[in-house]
Unconditional design. Structure first.
Length: 500
């Protein structure tokens, strides 16, 4: 089982290999010599160094108090999440899964070996509590793949104690700077080792300031591809909201391919879109039921106990299918599947060899605004159709279709915002508001369908169906409220959309 800890540290270098006196740092009552530890770490990556490109480190280390496998993900400058696993000869499956979205079918190989003599000091407060660990590391680096170079250097490292205040690191840094110590130019030992032991072959950098319509669309595609890859480990670890966020990224990509079919060739992107639809469905299989269950449970909590007839809560819990915590084996299987990994490769292909059409080379204002207006036109037709229908199943279907097109228009406007500015940003905001309103209506439709099923099951079991009917009626009222609000909201949106 892997353990995770938040690591907050700063690295320094100086012309003097010694450690300055830190007894004068505010809050430090004692500096305790912990001796010298001999560390031997082998870092793993693909041959083309995909992990290093994302500032991720994976190592197997012996020596010290935390020997084992360490996987580190960047969080912010000087902040990383370190996931640890016990020492073993081979990479633990848990850690292998967390880097699979980046590694895919490539082999993980030893790329660098770092041997360090670490001279450690503990900075303690007046109560004997650890404030930070300071070390002077004499490092010897040896390239194992992609070259045979070596390098040596000495660096200082200050790591904040668990639960410590990062402000304390500022106090330590003031003292170090006065002693001539300067922040390291490298974010990690591995980054420095890679830079100093072999010439770094970098892939072409993405366009930072897109100019053409194609560059703007590709920048948006890259952002959503990156989101999927970066969210993969979080989904595997069942981090809150990670499944929903990954699902949104897949929908944004699929919508982008459809909305900008004059920019990117749909003969290439449509098959990718089908795989994105599949992935969104897999991600939503558990979440949709969880969301609906939460809605019904909250509604039941609002019902007075005198109006709850029969084991309603128990039946609802059974329908929800209470699951143990953690990502399901089914979902991890999806993320380990060949179809998912091939989808990531296909998205990479769109970015490295874009299937650009003629319009991609044109100025973005005309091309992107035309695509967004076309998408908005479809929303307009569906909303107008829904407003003309009488309340009932036909209107429910029309509102649901309008909601789906609203999301597509929102994502298209988001992609166009860097090029079109305020008008696209305003439309995206308006579409988000409309999406939320129509989503509330669809949630009510789904809740009523579930309540009908539960009512039938309760009746067949000889239980009272009264409470299900009460909840059904309240959901009808919520849907009616949405339908009453829709015309006014829509009139406001139509007036603002003319600016695009």
């Amino acid at each position: 089982m892997a353990d995770t800890k938040r690591e907050i540290e700063r690295k320094y270098e100086s012309d003097d290999s010694g450690l300055p006196d830190l007894t004068g740092v505010a809050g430090v009552a004692a500096v305790i010599d912990k001796g010298v530890a001999h560390l031997d770490a082998t870092y793993y990556d693909t041959y083309d160094e995909r992990l290093a490109a994302s500032s991720i480190t994976l190592r197997r280390r012996t020596g010290g108090h935390d020997a084992g496998w360490h996987l580190k993900f960047p969080v912010a400058p000087g902040v990383r999440d370190e996931i640890q696993a016990p020492l073993s000869d081979t990479l633990p499956d848990t850690l292998a899964g967390l880097v699979r979205s980046r590694v895919r079918e490539s082999e993980l190989v030893p790329v660098v070996r770092l041997r360090s003599d670490r001279d450690v000091r503990d900075l303690m407060d007046a109560d004997g509590q650890l404030l930070a660990e300071v070390s002077v590391d004499a490092v010897h680096a040896q390239r194992l793949a992609g070259g045979d170079g070596s390098a040596q250097w000495t660096e200082l490292e200050v790591e904040l104690a668990d639960g410590g205040d990062p402000v304390f690191l500022d106090e330590v840094e003031k003292r170090l700077r006065k002693a001539g110590v300067r922040p390291s130019k490298s974010a990690s030992k591995l980054a420095r080792a890679l830079a100093e032991t072999a010439p770094k072959k970098r892939p072409p950098a993405p366009v930072e300031n897109p100019v053409t319509a194609g560059e703007h669309v590709l920048a948006y595609v890259r952002g959503q591809r990156d989101a999927i890859v970066e969210l993969d480990p979080a989904v595997r670890q069942d981090v809150e909201d990670s499944v929903h966020s990954m699902r949104v990224a897949t929908r944004r990509l699929r919508s982008t391919f459809k909305s900008f079919g004059k920019v990117l060739d749909r003969e290439v992107t449509d098959p990718i879109g089908e795989d994105l639809k599949w992935l969104a469905g897999e991600l939503g299989e558990d979440r949709d039921r969880e969301v609906l269950s939460a809605r019904l449970s909250a509604a039941l909590d609002e019902v007075p106990a005198t109006l709850i007839h029969g084991p309603v809560a128990r039946r609802l819990s059974h329908w929800a299918g209470d699951r143990p915590g953690g990502a399901s084996a089914r979902l991890i299987g999806v993320l380990d599947s060949r179809r998912y990994l091939a989808l990531l490769d296909a998205l990479d292909g769109v970015l490295t060899e874009p299937p650009l059409l003629k319009a991609a080379g044109k100025q973005p204002e005309k091309v992107l605004s035309k695509a967004v207006r076309k998408s908005f036109g479809k929303v307009s037709a569906l909303v107008e159709e829904a407003l003309e229908l009488e309340p009932g199943s036909d209107r429910d279907v029309a509102i649901h279709e309008a909601r789906k097109k609203t999301k597509r228009t929102r994502y298209a406007a988001e992609a166009a915002t860097p090029a079109l500015g305020r008008s696209a940003k305003s439309l995206a905001k308006a579409m988000k508001g409309l999406q939320n309103l129509l989503g509330e209506h669809q949630d009510s439709v789904m809740a009523r369908g579930t309540l009908s099923e539960l009512s039938a099951l309760a009746h067949a079991a000889g239980e009272s169906a009264f409470t299900y009917g009460l909840l059904y009626g309240r959901e009808e009222q919520r849907a009616a409220a949405v339908e009453a609000e829709l015309p006014g909201l829509w009139d406001g949106i139509k007036g603002g959309a003319d600016a695009l």
